[in-house]
Design a protein around this ligand. Structure first.
Ligand SMILES: [Zn+2]
Length: 58
């Protein structure tokens, strides 16, 4: 089981098997979108994903 800590609320998230680097998952505790940046054995690193809003303000 791969674990990662939410950088926003420090909740420990259990990642699904098969989660890959670059995947974006919502934090189950605070709801922020997290991008998995690195998976190293059973520990993954996550960063808060910036919302890419393409059609914005038109
Ligand atoms: Zn969180």
């Amino acid at each position: 089981m791969v674990k990662c800590e939410c950088p926003s609320c420090y909740f420990e998230i259990q990642l699904d098997e098969g989660t890959i680097e670059g995947e974006v998952i919502p934090c189950p505790d605070c709801g922020v979108d997290l991008e998995i940046t690195k998976i190293n054995g059973e520990v993954a690193k996550a960063e808060i994903a910036e919302m890419a809003e393409e059609d914005w303000g038109e």
